[in-house]
Design a protein around this ligand. Structure first.
Ligand code: ZN
Length: 213
């Protein structure tokens, strides 16, 4: 793949990741520049590799994201593991100006990571089912019904368009380096991980700065 198509992915701390992105206009969507940008985002996502990339992650405050989640033998998820995560293959597609509604709010917990916070993962509870209305790259309106892992990806990417990053929603005691995750927890069932980390424990002791009564 031509290296010029790869875009630098900004990391947490860049203010663009904390701003609400603006809508893409019809004129912008019809422009060759935007189509080139979408191509570059697709190649950047595949190269990372990742299953989603939102425009703020390449430094652009636009309500635009790309998603693709196809089985990758090198990433080593078995058919059983994909089934347990309700992780069906999702072909490449583009979200322009998406609006998300949580249709099945049943919380589902899994580890996730982010290309804008490399080297870390943590457990995030996400709604099991969502509906997304958006435009595609040709300006056609689309309605997406998603559940399981696809619903997780949509929630993660659309959060980026509102300046929200997964660490805002993470169970903080489960946040860890990817290397330590692979070393200690990668083979474990999620329930074992949550118990092993005492994930639901509330912080103990007085809050810093609070005065004794
Ligand atoms: Zn992300």
């Amino acid at each position: 793949m031509p290296a010029k198509l790869l875009l630098p992915i900004v990391q947490l701390g860049d203010p663009v990741l904390r701003r609400r992105a603006r809508e893409v206009t019809a004129v912008e969507l019809a422009s060759p520049r935007l189509q080139e940008l979408i191509d570059a985002m697709r190649e950047t996502m595949r190269h990372a590799p990742g299953v989603g990339l939102a425009a703020p992650q390449i430094g652009l405050g636009l309500r635009l994201a790309v998603i693709e989640d196809v089985p990758d033998p090198e990433r080593g998820l078995s058919d059983e593991e994909r089934a347990a995560r309700e992780r069906d293959a999702v072909p490449f597609h583009v979200l322009v100006n998406p609006k998300l509604v949580r249709e099945d709010v049943t919380p589902v917990r899994h580890f996730e990571g982010c290309l804008s916070l490399t080297g870390y993962v943590g457990v995030v509870a996400r709604a099991r089912g969502v509906r997304v209305r958006c435009l595609d790259e040709h300006g056609q309106s689309r309605t997406i019904h998603a559940r399981g892992w696809y619903a997780r990806i949509l929630q993660h990417e659309i959060d980026h368009l509102d300046g929200t990053v997964y660490v805002d929603r993470v169970a903080t005691r489960t946040l860890m380096s990817s290397a330590e995750y692979a070393r200690h927890w990668g083979e474990a069932e999620l329930e074992e991980v949550l118990a092993g980390l005492d994930a639901d424990r509330a912080p103990s002791g007085p809050a810093p700065g609070s005065r004794p009564k």
